[in-house]
Design a protein around this ligand. Structure first.
Ligand code: B12
Length: 214
């Protein structure tokens, strides 16, 4: 059975063991992994964000909540990724959270869902410099570059990264997609990104459209 409220509470309480156990129990009972994520784990992180904004939580509590969320996601990962196993070469998406920014929960979700959607993803992690993006694009012959930013300050880094990669000629034939809570379509347009997506399912649809795989 899917105990969505229990999962939400586990994230809010920063209880890693409960988040993992409830996610595993829901999977074992046949619940849809996307439903476990969307109805159980994500509302917990939303509530954490709202309470942090109202100064009802300390940063340490947010970190614990993030760890609980990641423990739940780790349990779901194999089930979420199961769909992505067809044969043949897959377009490569290089993704990372831009320099100065350590938030990675949303980017990890996007990565997971892209893999589940049959794309190959090279995830560079967080605090990724333009040089590291450049090396990875070249090494893996990327079709798409995905940039994530959660801070209004690091959104600016997205522009710098895109401009620098274009300046050195690394972006010919490479599409850029940007995302993260403060990032909007309007911002994506102003920094010359090819696309923006508000969440992980939309990121999959958008990237598949860009690489002609939809
Ligand atoms: C968890 C969290 C943390 C954790 C991060 C843990 C981790 N491993 O990620 C910790 C505690 C470390 C942290 C630290 C900080 N944080 Co913080 N954090 C959050 C919080 C509560 C949740 C973020 C989250 O994970 N959301 C859940 C995920 C699933 O959503 P998401 O990231 O938006 O991702 C979805 C979409 O945006 C999209 N997406 C994401 N990336 C991409 C990429 C592409 C290519 C595409 C297409 C789509 C896409 O798809 C995702 C899935 O659906 C937010 C509040 C909030 N509501 O956003 C604050 C928040 C982002 N943090 C904030 C701040 C201020 C900080 C700190 C500066 C605090 C401090 N004083 O030190 C530090 C900065 C550290 C750093 N240098 O990065 C502020 C930012 C304010 C601002 N205007 O910039 C926020 C908004 C909180 C607030 N209300 O004040 N934080």
């Amino acid at each position: 059975m899917l105990d969505a409220e229990g999962l939400t509470r586990a994230v809010l309480a920063g209880d890693r063991d409960a988040a993992a156990a409830l996610a595993a129990a829901a999977l074992a009972a046949g619940a849809d992994p996307a439903e476990i994520l969307n109805a159980g784990l994500l509302p917990g992180m939303d509530a954490v964000g709202q309470r942090f904004a109202r100064k009802e939580l300390y940063l340490g509590e947010v970190l614990l909540a993030a760890r609980a969320m990641q423990a739940g996601i780790a349990v779901l990962k194999p089930a979420l990724a199961q769909a992505g196993h067809d044969a043949g070469p897959k377009p490569v998406v290089v993704i990372g959270t831009v320099k100065g920014d350590l938030h990675d929960i949303g980017k990890n979700l996007v990565t997971m869902m892209l893999e589940a959607g049959g794309l190959e993803v090279v995830d560079l992690g967080t605090n990724v410099s333009t040089d590291r993006f450049l090396d990875a694009i070249r090494e893996h012959n990327a079709a798409v570059l995905g940039l994530s930013a959660l801070l209004t300050t690091t959104m600016r880094q997205m522009r710098q990264t895109i401009e620098e990669l274009r300046r050195v000629g690394a972006m010919d034939g490479v599409k850029t997609v940007v995302g993260g809570a403060p990032v909007t379509q309007e911002f994506a347009d102003t920094i010359g990104a090819d696309a923006w997506a508000p969440d992980a399912p939309a990121a999959v649809a958008t990237i598949k459209r860009l690489v002609g795989a939809a």
